[in-house]
Design a protein around this ligand. Structure first.
Ligand code: SF4
Length: 948
């Protein structure tokens, strides 16, 4: 029997061992990487230009290497299973069990249950209690798992598979059988770095190796002289993040002044949820130069132990979206993202694609806001045809990127992809075949783009490749049931790939980051010069644990499995903390006074280790006051571009924007900056308004007077309306491809509202419709505006009325003041001959009691209004002329002041906030009466921008 030596070793001593070509095993890949980096730095410092890599292996790498040699030598004939392969087998076993759906345990899917079963099996295998699963099972869930575990083990034995959980034991058996003698990864002396608490199965293998005559040296990091070991309380969790970044910066700067390059770590219990906030704070404090939006973050002074899930990376999610798109319709928002993705096609085509997204895709009439690839191409062709028919001819820079056609062609022509779109799409294939299809789809769409990838992006392409390969290996694992020719649908293969990409985290690109961001569990095998440990509250440290739900509690307690009892978790946290304090000169624990859930208490472990509490002010220098940046007193002499020498359409919209905020009008109408429309299912309020508007226009062209209206019976009126509505709706079912059911619904609703409205019109005295949809030009100060009025009526006692249809709420109060919210009707008033205008009104075309007239009239009872508002329209018109002329002059002169009329109304949902930089924090939480509420205006006379 060989010896086992325990000793404390400094990093210097470990590096000496590596210099001597000794093999060092560490508990994790991250600790192995840290040792390798230190070794490389030593070689560089010694002036070497090339050297042999250090012989450092993490335990999982080392055992995998031992197994591969055994396989090559023919001593092991079992196939080691990858994680996806194991999960596929667990899924098979559980799916075949009819009782799986009766578990008390609630999981979302069989795939989730398979993951849980795999973890229970790994736990039991590591603790050597696989044979006790069934005898110890008492609940229904535990008995079900016991059944699955037996089936899984039997299946693995029959098919000669080796699950990862059994690897240590398998190697121990090989060691006992002498098969590991003279193994290249097994020298006579093995150095284990910070593996003081090996798991039971690791210990089994180590015992077997000592029996084999191998000498084991357990090295623990040497104790460090404590400098500052304390804890502190911050007002909030956000303050903890700020403190951590500043404390680390101060520590690193002071070490740099002394000529040292220390190592530091930031420990965060819930790293996944805080990652984004942490990254922002670290960026601002440690590397403000990386705040630039286009900064390459492949190399930062900090590094997270694990990255985001691969499926969430834009470079990878676009491939998944492309693959899903070949199976059916994709939401419009996702298609927009694909068209603008920097990872597909050519950079030079992206501007035209952005215009297409804005002008065509987002404004398409769709019953469901989603499209197939074929539908998108049809939409592009139809937009092209409309442009050609337009008089005068319109040009646009909108264009689909060429990869869309290339992908469509590939799906039609390439034999491998052709079947996907055609009759054979449902034919099951092997995983390997489907993964090649995914590759071919990405390739056809020009993935990953034509620009040079950053190191992180390049690593992500490799990770996707690895994931595709790993799913392809599922073919190698015949189902436990023995079906060696198992094939799956494309949807199933894609779902499996997605799960794998959601489960796999992006591995950080190897870097020499000064600060490592870790969870407490990742501290094993690591030593730092400074550590700051966040959120050390009684709830987080030790972390709450609970027994595994598929294993009996008694079994877990007897086998001392992690999480079996709170005492085990406490003991582990104590051991971690003792090691941390022993090896780290600077350690600071922090906790917040309170968070959104209430008051917080510091972890009792802080006081049990007799750590002193420090005041925040003792730990970091107060932040230097931010010196105000003096305002530049520079006159911007650059002239605004000239306004187009043409009539401006949508004049009232222009004035409405200018009244709301000068910058808003400037940005939307002169810079052409507008947010893309978000589609909703079916017709949007503007389209519904336009439909009513067109039907009413056609109706009054034919009927013209109240007397003529009254002459029709209700049935005749309905008949006319039905015909007119049908004419309008014709194009909906043909051009837009909407279902008849939806079109019928729209037809019925429009008819119901208009029948009620005509009844309402009959409650008035005589009138004659003089003009409908009449276009007028109007000179307002320096602007020539082109407006279209819904309806002009001649009144029996003389004079005229201007009527504007609305399907939403509208009130004449919005015409008041120097900055009227709704200047449209006041603008129309300027067109009337002096003294002729007797009523200026909204017709609220709505069903039931909401149908109403509202506005101003010169005498009561010209129109029956609920709230009678009489006004001297001649005087009001002159007031409006002044107000509106002033607004027109401001717009013409380019007075683009960031000056919203009402911040909480105008700015709340304003798409220009990105440009004007209005502080969003100044907004109140909500306001429903904003400028951007769609009030169902039926005008449709504003066709966007300043196009003549
Ligand atoms: S966010 Fe407010 S200040 Fe900025 S452009 Fe819009 S309305 Fe004007």
């Amino acid at each position: 029997m060989a010896e086992v030596h325990l000793r404390d070793s400094s990093l210097h001593e470990i590096l000496n061992l590596l210099d001597a070509r000794e093999l060092v095993i560490t508990p994790s890949a991250r600790s192995a990487q840290a040792l390798r980096r230190a070794f490389d730095e030593r070689q560089r410092a010694a002036g070497l230009r090339a050297w042999e890599p250090a012989r450092v292996l993490a335990w999982p790498q080392w055992t995998a290497a031992l197994l591969s040699e055994l396989v090559v030598a023919g001593a092991e004939d079992r196939l080691p299973l990858s994680r996806p392969q194991e999960l596929a087998l667990w899924t098979e076993v559980i799916s075949a069990d009819e009782e799986a759906s009766n578990l008390a345990l609630s999981t979302d899917s069989i795939a989730d249950l398979a993951e849980l079963a795999q973890s229970a099996f790994a736990l039991a295998a590591d603790h050597g209690v696989l044979d006790q699963i069934r005898p110890s099972a008492t609940s229904r869930d535990e008995r079900s798992f016991a059944r699955w575990a037996e089936l899984f083990r039997r299946g693995c034995t029959r098919r000669a598979y080796l699950p990862a959980a059994l690897l240590n034991r398998a190697l121990a058996e090989h060691a006992q059988a002498g098969a590991l003698k003279n193994h290249p990864q097994l020298p006579g002396t093995l150095h284990l770095f910070d593996l003081a608490n090996p798991s039971p199965s690791q210990q089994l293998l180590l015992d077997a190796l000592t029996q084999l005559g191998i000498t084991l040296h357990h090295h623990n990091p040497t104790a460090a002289e404590p400098q500052l070991q304390a804890w502190t309380v911050c007002p909030s969790e956000r303050d903890e993040l700020d403190l951590a970044a500043r404390w680390l910066r101060d520590f690193l700067e002071s070490a740099a002044r002394d000529g040292r390059s220390p190592t530091a770590a930031l420990i965060v219990p819930s790293l996944d949820t805080e990652r984004v906030a942490l990254e922002a704070v670290l960026r601002s404090t440690l590397a403000p130069e990386l705040n630039a939006i286009a900064a390459d973050l492949s190399s930062t002074p900090w590094s997270f132990s694990t990255g985001a899930p691969l499926a969430s990376l834009p470079l990878i999610s676009c491939v998944l979206d492309l693959a899903r798109w070949t199976l059916g319709a994709l939401p419009v928002a996702s298609i927009g993202s694909l068209l603008l993705s920097p990872y597909l096609g050519l950079t030079a085509e992206r501007d035209a694609a952005a215009v297409f997204d804005f002008e065509v895709l987002r404004s398409a009439q769709l019953l469901e806001p989603e499209l197939t690839l074929h539908n998108l191409l049809e939409l592009a062709r139809s937009a092209e045809r409309k442009l050609q028919k337009h008089t005068p001819p319109r040009t646009t820079h909108a264009a689909l990127p060429s990869w869309v056609n290339a992908l469509h062609d590939a799906l039609r022509r390439e034999p491998q992809l052709f079947d996907l779109l055609q009759h054979d799409r449902l034919r099951p294939r092997t995983y390997a075949e489907w993964m090649e299809v995914v590759r071919a789809i990405a390739h056809a769409a020009g993935w990953p783009g034509d620009r040079v990838l950053t190191a992180t992006e390049f690593a992500a392409t490799r990770a996707l490749d690895a994931a595709l390969d790993s799913i392809a290996t599922l073919d190698a694992v015949a189902a436990i049931s023995g079906d060696r020719t198992k094939r799956v649908s494309f949807a199933t293969a894609l779902h499996t790939l997605e799960r794998q990409l959601r489960r796999t985290q992006q591995q950080p690109v190897a870097s020499n980051a000064l600060v490592e961001v870790l969870t407490p569990n990742e501290l094993e095998g690591r030593a730092f010069d400074a550590v700051i440990f966040l959120h050390a509250t009684d709830a987080n440290w030790p972390a709450a644990t609970r027994p595994h739900p598929l294993l009996s509690r008694t079994l877990q307690r007897e086998a001392a499995m992690p999480g079996a009892t709170p005492d085990f978790a406490l003991a582990k946290a104590r051991a971690t903390m003792a090691a941390l304090l022993a090896h780290t000169p600077h350690v600071l624990f922090t906790c917040a006074k309170e968070n959104a859930d209430g008051h917080l208490r510091p972890s009792p472990l802080l006081t049990s280790f007799h750590l002193p509490e420090h005041e925040l002010t003792d730990l970091i220098a107060p932040a230097a006051p931010i010196a105000p940046i003096p305002l530049l007193d520079t006159i911007d002499a650059m002239e605004l571009p000239a306004l187009p020498d043409a009539t401006l359409r949508g004049g009232s919209h222009l004035l409405k924007l200018q009244a709301a905020c000068g910058f808003l009008a400037f940005a939307e109408l002169r810079l052409g900056a507008a947010a893309p429309e978000t589609r909703e299912a079916g017709l949007d309020p503007r389209e519904r308004g336009n439909l009513m508007h067109h039907v009413l226009e056609a109706f009054w062209r034919e009927v013209q007077t109240r007397d003529a209206l009254e002459a029709f019976s209700p049935a005749e009126r309905t008949g006319i309306l039905e015909t007119l509505i049908d004419d309008e709706l014709k194009h909906l079912s043909t051009e837009s491809g909407w279902s008849e059911a939806y079109v019928d619904l729209v037809r019925a609703r429009t008819l119901r509202v208009l029948e009620a409205w005509l009844e309402h019109e009959l409650k008035r005295g005589p009138f004659t419709v003089l003009e409908i949809e009449t276009q007028r030009e109007l000179q307002l100060g320096p602007l020539k505006l082109n407006v279209r009025m819904d309806r002009i009526e001649a009144l029996p006692e003389g004079g005229i009325a201007y009527v504007d249809y609305k399907t939403g709420k509208a009130d004449a109060k919005a015409w008041d003041g120097d900055r009227p919210d709704e200047p449209q009707l006041p603008l129309y008033a300027l067109l009337a001959e002096p003294g002729k205008l007797r009523a200026l009104l909204y017709a609220n075309v709505r069903a039931g009691k909401d149908a109403a007239w509202s506005g101003l009239q010169t005498e009561e009872d010209i129109f029956p209004m609920k709230r009678k508002r009489v006004a001297d329209l001649a005087t009001r018109t002159e007031e409006w002329r002044d107000v509106l002329t002033h607004l027109a002059e401001d717009f013409h002169a380019g007075r683009a002041h960031v000056d919203p009329k009402a911040v909480n109304i105008n700015c709340a949902r304003c798409a220009q906030r990105l440009l004007c930089r209005r502080d969003a924090a100044a907004l109140r939480a909500s306001d429903d009466n904003g400028l951007f509420d769609n009030d169902g205006d039926m005008d449709g006379d504003f066709e966007g921008g300043m196009n003549a």
